[in-house]
Write a protein that binds this ligand. Structure first.
Ligand code: PLP
Length: 384
C-alpha cells in the first residue's frame, strides 16, 4: 500500500537536492570550522555562506543569525537568556504556544519566579491585541512578549508587525516562534520590531538537527552552554556543518520556488476543504484554517464525531496525519490549543485532526484521505 503523507507541519521529507548537497559536504568538508588550517576554514566558509544567505532572506545582519540544533533549542535559548541574562521579570504569552515555548516559560516561572501573563485567545484562536496593550500598560517590570507567528495546530497567523510595534511602544522585548513560517513566507525583519525569532530546517525540506535563532544585534544575550567561542560565543560546540549546509540549500530551494509552492499548496488546501466538505456532512475547520489569511500549509479539521483512535485507523489505511501537533499527539490528552478554542460539546463529541501539506502533496492524496474519512464516518451508527 502506498503511503499518503499529510503531516508536513510535523516534518517534511528531505529534498533530494538537499541530500546531495549534504552528502557532498559530509564527504569533502570534514574540517573543524574552528581549525585555522585551510581544511577547517573551508568548512567555516560554508557556514558563513549560509549565515549570509539566511540574513539576506530575513533582511538582517549575518551576525544576528545563530545556528542551533532546532526550533526547540532556539526558543529555549532565547527565553531562558532573556530571564537569566537580560533581567526579564515578566513574560506575556498565550496558551496557543508550542510546548517548547510554553514549558520553558513555565520553568522560568517555577525556578526564577518570573511573572507570567497569559493572553486569552478568542473562539477563532486569535489573540485580541487590546489585551496585550492592557497587559503592557499595567506593569513597570522588564517584559518579554512571546507570541508565535503561525500556530502549528490551526495555522492562525499573528500580525507580528503590529505586535512588534506595540512592544516597542512599551519598551518590551518581542520574541516570536517563527518555526512554521520561516521557509514558507516572505519575511522582512528590517520592517518589523522583533528582537528574537526561531527556525527549524526540517519544516521546509531540510534536515532534522539544524535550525537557527535570530537574535537582534546588541541584545546582550549570553550562551546557554560554555566551552567554545563558536556562533559569536553564543553557542559553544563544534558546528553541525552538513546540517547547516542542508538548511541553506533547503532555504535556497524554498525561496526560489516560493510563489510556485505557495500557489500549488494553497490550491491543494482549497481542494482538501471542498473534498472534505463533500465527504463529511457537518465537518468544521478550526480557527481561520479554512480562510485565505491562515498559513497555507495547515488545515485544522473538526470531525463531527468522536473517535480518539482516528490517527491510528488512518495510519492503518496508509495515511499519516496528526491528531493535534506531533509533540502532544502521543500524550493522549487534548492540546492546550484545542482546549482554548473548542467548547465542552465539541471536546466530547468531535475529533480534531491536523492535515498539513507540502508542494509534493497531490490531489490523489487528498482523495485517499477524503474516502478514508468517509468510511470511518459511515461506520458510525446512524451516519451512512
Ligand atoms: N515551534 C513550533 C511552532 C513547531 O511547530 C515546532 C515543531 O513542531 C517547534 C517549535 C519545535 O521545532 P523542532 O522540532 O525543530 O525542535
Amino acid at each position: 500500500m502506498s503511503k499518503v503523507y499529510l503531516d508536513n507541519a510535523a516534518t517534511t521529507p528531505l529534498d533530494e537536492k538537499v541530500i546531495d548537497t549534504m552528502v557532498e559536504a559530509m564527504r569533502l568538508s570534514y574540517g573543524n570550522p574552528s581549525s585555522t588550517h585551510s581544511i577547517g576554514q573551508e568548512a567555516k566558509a560554508l557556514i558563513e555562506g549560509v549565515r549570509r544567505q539566511v540574513a539576506d532572506y530575513l533582511k538582517v545582519q549575518p551576525g544576528e543569525i545563530i545556528f542551533t540544533s532546532c526550533g526547540t533549542e532556539s526558543n529555549n535559548m532565547i527565553i531562558r537568556g532573556c530571564v537569566e541574562h537580560l533581567g526579564v521579570e515578566r513574560i506575556i504569552t498565550s496558551p496557543m504556544e508550542h510546548k517548547c515555548v510554553a514549558e520553558t516559560i513555565r520553568d522560568m516561572k517555577a525556578r526564577r519566579n518570573v511573572e507570567v501573563v497569559y493572553l486569552k485567545p478568542d473562539r477563532m484562536g486569535d489573540i485580541p491585541l487590546v489585551q496585550l496593550e492592557e497587559a503592557l500598560k499595567n506593569s513597570e517590570k522588564k517584559t518579554l512578549v512571546s507570541l508565535m507567528h503561525a500556530n502549528n495546530e490551526i495555522g492562525n497567523l499573528l500580525d507580528i508587525k503590529k505586535v512588534g510595534d506595540i512592544c516597542a511602544e512599551h519598551s518590551a522585548l518581542f520574541h516570536s516562534d517563527t518555526v512554521q513560517t520561516i521557509g514558507h513566507l516572505d519575511l522582512d525583519f528590517s520592517e518589523i520590531n522583533i528582537d528574537f525569532a526561531s527556525c527549524s530546517a526540517h519544516k521546509f525540506h531540510g534536515p532534522k538537527g539544524a535550525g537557527f535563532a535570530f537574535i537582534r544585534k546588541n541584545s546582550r544575550l549570553k550562551p546557554m552552554f560554555y566551552g567554545g567561542s563558536q556562533e559569536r560565543e553564543l553557542r559553544a560546540g563544534t558546528e553541525n556543518v552538513c546540517g547547516i549546509v542542508g538548511l541553506g540549500k533547503a532555504m535556497e530551494i524554498s525561496m526560489e520556488n516560493l510563489p510556485e509552492y505557495q500557489k500549488k499548496i494553497s490550491e491543494i488546501k482549497e481542494y482538501a476543504i471542498s473534498r472534505l466538505r463533500e465527504a463529511i456532512p457537518g465537518i468544521k475547520f478550526n480557527g481561520h484554517s479554512a480562510e485565505s489569511h491562515s498559513l497555507y500549509t495547515v488545515l485544522s479539521v473538526l470531525l463531527p464525531f468522536s473517535n480518539p483512535l482516528i490517527g491510528l485507523q488512518l495510519d492503518m489505511k496508509g495515511i499519516a496525519v496528526s491528531q493535534g501537533s506531533a509533540c502532544s499527539s502521543g500524550a493522549g490528552k487534548p492540546s492546550m490549543v484545542m482546549l482554548s478554542i473548542l467548547d465542552a460539546y465539541e471536546m466530547e463529541h468531535c475529533t480534531p485532526l491536523r492535515v498539513s501539506f507540502s508542494h509534493q502533496t497531490t490531489a490523489e492524496d487528498i482523495d485517499r484521505l477524503a474516502s478514508a474519512l468517509k468510511e470511518l464516518y459511515d461506520e458510525k451508527p446512524g451516519n451512512s
